[in-house]
Design a protein around this ligand. Sequence first.
Ligand code: ADP
Length: 410
Amino acid sequence: MKVLALNCGSSSLKYQLFEWDNQSVISKGAMDRIGEKASVFSHDGKKDDCSLPNHVQAIELLLQTLQKEGVVASVTDINVVAHRVVHGGQQFAKSVLITDEVVSAIRELSFLAPLHNPANLDGIEAARKGMPNVPQVAVFDTAFHQTMPDYAYRYALPAEWYDKFRVRRYGFHGTSHLYVSKRAAKMLGKPASACNIITLHVGNGVSVAAIRNGVSVDTSMGMTPLEGAIMGTRCGDIDASIPIFMQDLTKRSAKEVYDDMNKRSGMLGITAGRYTDRRDIEKFAADGDEQCKLAMEMECYKLKQYIGKYMATLGTVDAIVFTAGVGENSPTIRGITTSGLEALGIKLDKAINEKTYGYKDCGDVQISAADSKIKVFVIPTNEEIVLVEDAIGVLKGTYADHMNYQYSFL
Ligand code: ADP
């Protein structure tokens, strides 16, 4: 069985084609600068310049290339397409087969994610056009967090804002939190439904989730990915008065200030526009750069506070998981984040922590000390496997929701 996983942005398309029978990726690549004069198609180690005015042409070229290179004999060899969709609002609490009604619902939700959902829809429509007989499945970034209780997802804002405009917290990175929390349960030797876990997805984007008995009960990102922890270029939690204060003071537009908070803040902002990559920040902090030192301290302090906050949310915690680019690769950031938490039952094995890094190669590792009450794991995330397995489950009718589905990685 072949599954094509697609992740479409406004000017990009990333794909992976899986051969499920032997659990391998048989082709993967990306198309960039779709809609611009000169587009680029990188696939399986090759890089071609091409012209891709829109996603329909991008999918056409992808399908032609897969056939020309003998990856598939025909488009109908692809059994199902899995699309990553950013915002599922309150309508989608699980992955679904894409129908005309689902497309309309995703379109209707575009007001909540105006940059992402239209791009995801372009990809869905192009794929449905290019592969009219292949079933397509939508996997939402927000779906995993739909189990949050109202007192966690509501903001203390006028009720009308929620009732009329659906202003509430949704959370993102759902497939990643889902995957690593289930892997953590496996490492704990218990079913996910018996585990309380705090997952820290620390990459360019950063989010933390509190997972009780296998389901998300709180997460740090909010109505948009701007809320929560400090990120590569996003500010995370701030006093909500600051944007209007800066608009008044600098006479800049709401859009400009919003862009500053999304694209010029976080680690980039603290280092005065110099670095987002934590490797640079760690290196220069070690060399004595004061802004880099501060950026690291602030990032770790905020993550530590989220651990404390979610320990209070959960009451008892079985494990804490670090994942994504930084979580998987930075012993320093994991070390500072968890330092001083021994009284809460969190103690790292310093030697194991130090040697656990190397993108995706380290596997799932326990980095807590043998006498740590709460286990701490590094688990490389694998969002694609969730897309692929959900798509197969939806296709075969074996998927009800993530708690009632036999993922291969359980
Ligand atoms: P994205 O949110 O874009 O998917 P990733 O999860 O791939 O991001 O994480 C990317 C980030 O991971 C980089 O910006 C970099 O800061 C960080 N990173 C990667 N390797 C290391 C490392 N060895 N040490 C510290 N940070 C790292």
